[in-house]
Design a protein around this ligand. Structure first.
Ligand code: SF4
Length: 240
């Protein structure tokens, strides 16, 4: 086992032991996961959920509904998620992809192998690599590691970094050193987000960190202020 592979698996196992399974996006349809991945861009998950609820009430939370709705009406419904005009444009671009390439059949889109699906999504207006990987992993169930600000922050502090600070280099760090296992990637990303919210914050709470003995930059004297109340963080979205 390579040094990096061993360290990455060790961090995963520590986080899983500390926080338990995160059960992300467990009860929703793959289509809702796709729409949610776009709505939660630069937004807290609670605001994305409000936008999803509006779409559901309006009958627009389905491939046929999204294809049929006008961009202006869509933007008004998703207003709670912020950047609603840009997100409406992205969602309509996704609806066009679904209609033109897959005949509106979400099952056909999800059966596309991971690499070509990722390429198609990246070519869709408003879908960047983090959103594309979230869709490939959490909606299609294919192993594509999701990188976000929490990942960069925690693993930079742990001294586990790629040669260059680009999204694709960070993704390759995980893809090249972990088994291509969708459930592992699913759990690992969710655990990283949980850890970034609970311990490895901008101002890290190292004293309660399950990775402290593995971390060259951590210090048990951080934070110096005590009594910080922790919030549960078992939902997607919102790097901080
Ligand atoms: S020890 Fe501190 S800096 Fe290191 S991973 Fe934990 S919280 Fe982050």
């Amino acid at each position: 086992m390579s040094g990096r592979r061993g360290r990455l698996l060790q961090v995963h196992d520590r986080l899983l032991a500390a926080y338990g399974p995160q059960r992300w996006w467990p009860g929703e349809t793959p289509f809702e996961v796709i729409v949610g991945a776009i709505l939660t861009q630069s937004a807290a998950w609670t605001n994305a959920e409000r936008a999803l609820a509006n779409l559901r009430r309006a009958g627009a939370l389905s491939p046929a509904g999204l294809i049929a709705i006008g961009e202006g009406e869509l933007a008004a419904l998703i207003r709670p998620s912020g950047f609603f005009n840009a997100k409406a444009r992205s969602l309509k671009a996704l609806a066009d992809l679904l209609r033109d390439r897959y005949g509106g059949d979400i099952g056909r889109l999800l059966r596309t192998p991971g690499a070509p699906l990722r390429t198609l999504l990246l070519a869709t207006h408003g879908i960047g690599p983090e959103t594309a990987d979230a869709i490939v992993l959490y909606a299609a169930g294919r192993p594509s590691f999701v990188i976000d600000a929490y990942t960069r922050r925690t693993f930079s502090r742990l001294g586990l970094t790629p040669a260059r600070d680009t999204y694709e280099d960070w993704r390759r760090l995980f893809m090249d050193n972990l088994p291509a296992d969708a459930p592992l990637f699913n759990e690992y990303h969710a655990l990283i987000v949980r850890h970034g919210k609970e311990a490895c914050r901008k101002r890290p709470l190292c004293a309660r960190c399950p990775l402290l003995d593995l971390c060259p930059t951590g210090s048990p004297s951080l934070p110096r202020r005590v009594g910080v109340r922790l919030r549960p963080a078992n939902h997607p979205g919102g790097s901080g």
